[in-house]
Write a new protein. Structure first.
Lengths: 279, 383
């Protein structure tokens, strides 16, 4: 995708001419809650190991500030939700050799993408919430980074799993393409031998259509998955939705299962629309 | 390989002894006395019977009953003293021998920059399991065929299997999803156990399956079981077989299934199937796994891991830049035809032991016995 007003070749030349050959990393924030950046920071010792391997040149949440720096790997947290962000993402792309979308907002639009289903975007909500909504300058949609610029790797999750992030960095440092496990959550849930909450409790668990990566956190505590990692590969959302109806959920409740953190992801969007029409 | 495992008692009618219900703790103690400090028993956990560390007989699920159906599992309180009046929960022996996730080896750069490879040195704990069912013992034999086959037996599987002491309970209360009688794998535990028990209202009838089991019995100094009690126990096992309503045809289904590889029913199942892999994870014979490397962030060491995988995942059929089984119908077909057809070529029998777990723990309740019937009933139509 062409990036208007920015020249990626310049950035790559700047990278190649640097004296220090250590890889450079940036973490950029767009519309988000900062939770994925916190997942980075909370990695603790691994973060110190990382600092031995790379130069972290921009990471506002952690301290370093150089948003215009040319980098080898740019992590982008957050969705594109404002006119300014729509411009800024082009600059980030131009300045980066490898761009990774970090978490649900950057990868699918996130929770704020619920506005995409409103005729007037977020305007109805902002005027109901804020005394002076005219100060808010939002786009009518909150969209994933990949709808604006080329994304080289998508890391899902709300928030992302730090282990997954660091594995991806390690693989990039070795010069190989990172592999992301896109299996259903059930595969990991069963490895951990949690009792299935759908079968044993009749809970409308989203695990059978959800991208693995969280470590089956919710089922570990006896609750149903709510798909914060988005759709898995080959998700049979229609069959799972029919099963939810069989468990006693009304069509509107079935629709809502797909209309949450990753509502803008095509597989969930389609299923939401199908059940919304029936409710 | 050190021989922790008991030697089977062959060619003799095992002597049956009676253990009064109030002496069940003595059995636990005797097993611990044989060096099995870790004893696992059936306990209720998060709404299911799971094998969990147990210290006393009072922790067993007394009176508890189960209700199982396609995509459905519930426990219900019941009356009476019996502790084994239920059919299998989601897992039993498989995770104890074929670990869901484990490190197979490590490697690290030494000071001269050369790679050195290191074994994992973990020695598994000697473990006794109380309440194992016939279907799971049959499944363990199949997994032994797979993992311990010469000339390269799997050392990790072998070490764990060698250190298991298995106390079987003959099944008296099959679930609606059970069909071990039709596959010939239950409800009576025939092989693979060190001890076998039948539960009666007031106690247990015990027989030894190995010399190690016999050593436990000798220590307990039990009276022989009364003929009436033995007859009662046998009658309950026979009743458990007759109570089963599901079944698979006992014949080799290889030709019948291979003749139907393009049958439209696979599409029909493919529309219902979530390709979530739950059936393969709970199946006590499924052994597919994935191996991967997890390098440390510093880049100077790495772990080589093995974890449960499933023929229902995309990556499982990845071959040089394409997926052999992209569509769900092909993944289901792969599972069913391996389990019931090509398994015969590999291991001389079907890969199904009739435990019914894939029926109960399928989130959408797909029933292997019903799918096989639907495929076979409709002749060998190809369109």
């Amino acid at each position: 995708m062409p990036v208007q007003g920015y020249n990626q070749t310049d950035a790559l030349e700047r990278l190649n001419e640097r004296e220090n050959s250590r890889p450079r990393i940036a973490v950029h924030k767009f519309s988000s809650c900062d939770g994925c950046q916190l997942a980075f920071i909370n990695a603790g010792e691994a973060l110190l190991d990382l600092a031995q391997q790379v130069d972290i040149v921009h990471f506002a949440e952690a301290g370093p500030m150089d948003p215009e720096a040319a980098v080898d790997i740019a992590f982008v947290e957050g969705s594109i939700s404002t006119p300014d962000e729509a411009l800024r993402i082009g600059q980030v792309r131009a300045n980066s050799r490898f761009l990774v979308s970090l978490g649900a907002c950057a990868t699918s639009g996130g929770l704020q993408a619920l506005r995409n289903f409103n005729a007037d975007g977020a305007r109805g909500w902002t005027s109901a919430t804020y005394a002076q909504p005219e100060f808010i300058d939002s786009l009518d949609t909150a969209t994933p980074v990949a709808e604006h610029v080329r994304v080289d790797l998508e890391l899902w999750g709300c928030p992302v799993n730090a282990r997954q992030v660091f594995q991806a960095i390690r693989q990039l440092l070795f010069g190989v393409a990172p592999v992301v496990d896109r299996d259903k959550l059930c595969v990991e849930c069963k490895r951990q031998q949690h009792v299935c909450v759908l079968v044993a409790k009749g809970e409308p668990c989203m695990g059978p259509v959800t991208h693995t990566g969280c470590g089956a956190l919710c089922p570990a505590f006896g609750r149903d998955c709510y798909a914060c990692f988005g759709p898995a590969e080959n998700p049979n959302t229609a069959a799972l939705a029919r099963r939810f109806e069989g468990l006693g959920l009304l069509p509107e409740a079935v629709a809502r299962r797909f209309h949450f953190i990753n509502s803008h992801a095509p597989a969930f969007r389609t299923e939401w629309l199908a059940w919304k029409e029936r409710s | 390989m050190d021989s922790h495992r008991g030697l089977p008692l062959i060619g003799m009618e095992p002597s049956a002894f009676f253990l009064p219900r109030e002496s069940l703790d003595a059995l636990f103690d005797a097993i611990r006395g044989q060096g099995y400090a870790r004893v696992l028993g059936p306990m209720e956990r998060n709404g299911a019977i799971t094998y969990t560390a147990i210290t006393a007989a009072s922790e067993l699920p007394r009176g508890l009953r189960d209700r199982q159906g396609p995509g459905h599992y519930r426990l219900e309180p019941g009356s009476g003293e019996r502790c084994f009046s239920w059919a299998n929960g989601p897992q039993a022996l498989k995770p104890l021998t074929f670990a869901p996730r484990e490190t197979l080896w490590r490697c690290a750069l030494d000071d001269s920059g050369r790679l050195t490879f290191l074994d994992t040195d973990a020695v598994p704990e000697r473990t006794a399991v109380i309440g194992v069912r016939a279907c799971d013992l049959a499944a363990m034999r199949i997994q032994e065929q797979h993992f311990l086959k010469p000339p390269h037996p799997d050392a990790h599987f072998a070490a764990r299997r060698e250190r298991l002491f298995l106390v079987a309970v003959h099944c008296s209360h099959p679930a609606d999803t059970c069909f071990c009688a039709s596959t010939g794998d239950g409800p009576r535990a025939e092989t693979g156990h060190d001890l076998a028990m039948s539960e009666l209202d007031y106690g247990f009838i015990l027989t030894a399956g190995t010399d190690r089991g016999q050593a436990v019995l000798a220590e307990l100094r039990l009276a022989p079981a009364a003929p009436d009690d033995r007859a009662q126990a046998d009658a309950e096992i026979e009743k458990a077989a007759r109570a089963q309503t599901r079944g698979l045809p006992s014949r080799d289904l290889k030709e019948a299934l291979y003749a139907r590889l393009e049958h439209p029913h696979w599409d029909q199942v493919g529309r219902r199937c979530l390709s979530c892999g739950n059936c393969t994870a709970v199946c006590p014979t499924c052994f597919c796994h994935a191996e991967m490397d997890e390098p440390a962030l510093a880049g100077d060491s790495s772990e080589h891991l093995r974890q449960w995988d499933s023929c229902f995942t995309a990556v499982h059929s990845y071959m040089g830049h394409f997926l052999v089984r992209e569509e769900t119908r092909l993944r289901y077909r792969q599972w069913l035809t391996h389990k019931l057809a090509s398994w015969h070529e590999q291991y001389g029998r079907s890969g199904c032991v009739g435990c019914g777990r894939c029926i109960a723990w399928c989130p959408v309740g797909i029933d292997i016995t019903a799918e096989v019937s639907a495929l076979l009933e409709s002749g060998d139509a190809q369109s």
